[in-house]
Design a protein around this ligand. Structure first.
Ligand SMILES: Cc1ncc(COP(=O)(O)O)c(C=O)c1O
Length: 349
C-alpha cells in the first residue's frame, strides 16, 4: 500500500502518543532543580498533586510504571515472602520477573476473571497452615485497575474493598497497579481517590492515556515513601532536573485527564464497527475503557501481519487474541478507517 508513517493507524498501545505542542511548551517553561537533592519544584508539585488526587500522603516520581510497581513490592515485603496477584496481571507478564530478581519474593497467582479482582473466598482458600518452617508468608496483594490483559476492565469499588479487607485480615498490605486508574475513574464516574482507597500504595502512569512522554508515580504513606525512595535510588531511578518531564504530567492532569472518556467512546465504536466481521469475535458491550480484545479465528500473528500491510498496527495478546488500544493520537475518523483496514486485512488473512 506504500503508506507514509503519518498514515499508519497505531492502535498498539496508548503509550505511542506524542506530546502535543502545548505540553512541550509547559515542559520548556518548567522550573527545575536537582531532584536527587529533593530540589526540583515541578517534581514536588507533581508528587503532591497526584498524592492529593489519589487521597494518599505523598508521591514519588518514577521513570516508569514498571519501576513504580517494583519499588512498591520491594518496600512492602521482605525477601522470601509471597505476593498474591492475578494470573493475568501486568506484573506477572510484562515486568521481567523483577519482583523475583530484585525484591526476592515469590508471586502466587489466583485467577480472577472479574477484572483481576479476587473474591474473598478465593483469598481465604489460598491460606496455608501456619508453618513458618516450610511456608512462605504472604504479605502483599497486588490488584490492577484498569486490568490490561483482561481487556481494560474495571472492578467495582465494592469488590476492590472486599478483596482489600480480606487481604488485610490475613495480615497483608495492598498495592494497586493503577497505571490506567484515570481510565477506570472515568469509566466508573468516581473520583480516582475512591478507587485508590482500597490500597496502601498505587502506581499511576502519565505516559499512557495522559499522553506524556515518560513518567509514573508511586503514591502511599510517608513512612512507606522513605523505603520506596531508597529502592528507586538503588535501581538507578534518581533523576536530576526531571522537572522538565514532571511539567508534562502537571499539564496532562489539567488537560488530558478530563478527556479520557473520549478514548473509551472510540474503543466502543471500534468494537461495534468490527463486531460482525467474519473471523473476529468481540462483544462491544464488554469494552469498558480504551482497550479492545478481539478473538480471531486465524492465528493472531497472521491477522497482525495482514493488518500491518494495510497500515493498521495492533498487538497479539495470545495465539488468537489481538489487542487494540485507543488514545489521544487517533481520531474518530481514523477509528472508522481502522475498521475498514481490519476488514481488508481479514480478507487477506
Ligand atoms: C497495567 C500496567 N501496569 C504497568 C505498566 C508498566 O508501565 P511502563 O511501561 O511505564 O513501565 C503497564 C504498561 O503498559 C501497564 O499496562
Amino acid at each position: 500500500m506504500g503508506l507514509g508513517l503519518d498514515q499508519i493507524i497505531d492502535l498498539r498501545s496508548d503509550t505511542v502518543t506524542r506530546p502535543v505542542p502545548e505540553m512541550r511548551r509547559a515542559m520548556a517553561a518548567a522550573e527545575v532543580g536537582d531532584d536527587v537533592y529533593g530540589e526540583d519544584p515541578s517534581i514536588r508539585r507533581l508528587e503532591e498533586r497526584v498524592a492529593e488526587l489519589l487521597g494518599k500522603e505523598c508521591g514519588l516520581f518514577c521513570p516508569s510504571g514498571t519501576m513504580s510497581n517494583l519499588i512498591a513490592v520491594a518496600a512492602h515485603t521482605n525477601r522470601g515472602e509471597e505476593v498474591w496477584v492475578d494470573s493475568e496481571a501486568h506484573i506477572v507478564h510484562y515486568e521481567l520477573a523483577g519482583t523475583a530478581v530484585v525484591a526476592g519474593v515469590q508471586l502466587r497467582n489466583f485467577d480472577a476473571p472479574n477484572a483481576g479482582c479476587p473474591q474473598s473466598e478465593q483469598l481465604l482458600g489460598m491460606r496455608r497452615l501456619v508453618d513458618p518452617a516450610h511456608e512462605p508468608e504472604p504479605t502483599l496483594l497486588c490488584l490492577e485497575q484498569t486490568h490490561n490483559r483482561r481487556g481494560g476492565t474495571v472492578a467495582t469499588l465494592r469488590d476492590l474493598d472486599e478483596a482489600a479487607r480480606t487481604a488485610r485480615g490475613l495480615g497483608m498490605k495492598v498495592h494497586l497497579d493503577g497505571a490506567r486508574l484515570g481510565n477506570a475513574a472515568a469509566a466508573m464516574q468516581v473520583a480516582p481517590r475512591e478507587l485508590a482507597a482500597c490500597a496502601d500504595s498505587v502506581t499511576f502512569s502519565l505516559s499512557k492515556g495522559l499522553g506524556c512522554p515518560v513518567g509514573s508515580l508511586w503514591v502511599g504513606s510517608r513512612e512507606a515513601r522513605a523505603r520506596t525512595h531508597v529502592w528507586r535510588k538503588r535501581l538507578g531511578g534518581g533523576m536530576r532536573q526531571a522537572g522538565v518531564i514532571a511539567a508534562a504530567g502537571l499539564w496532562a492532569l489539567d488537560n488530558q485527564l478530563p478527556r479520557l472518556a473520549e478514548d473509551h467512546q472510540k474503543a466502543r465504536g471500534f468494537a461495534e464497527a468490527v463486531a460482525d466481521f467474519p473471523g473476529i469475535q468481540v462483544d462491544p458491550l464488554a469494552v469498558q475503557t480504551n482497550i479492545v480484545l478481539l478473538q480471531t479465528t486465524a492465528p493472531a500473528e497472521q491477522v497482525l501481519t495482514s493488518a500491518e500491510r494495510v497500515g493498521l498496527l495492533m498487538v497479539a495478546f495470545g495465539s488468537h487474541t489481538v489487542r487494540a488500544v485507543t488514545h489521544l493520537d487517533v481520531s474518530r475518523d481514523q477509528i472508522a478507517q481502522a475498521a475498514d483496514r481490519l476488514r481488508a486485512a481479514l480478507r487477506e488473512t
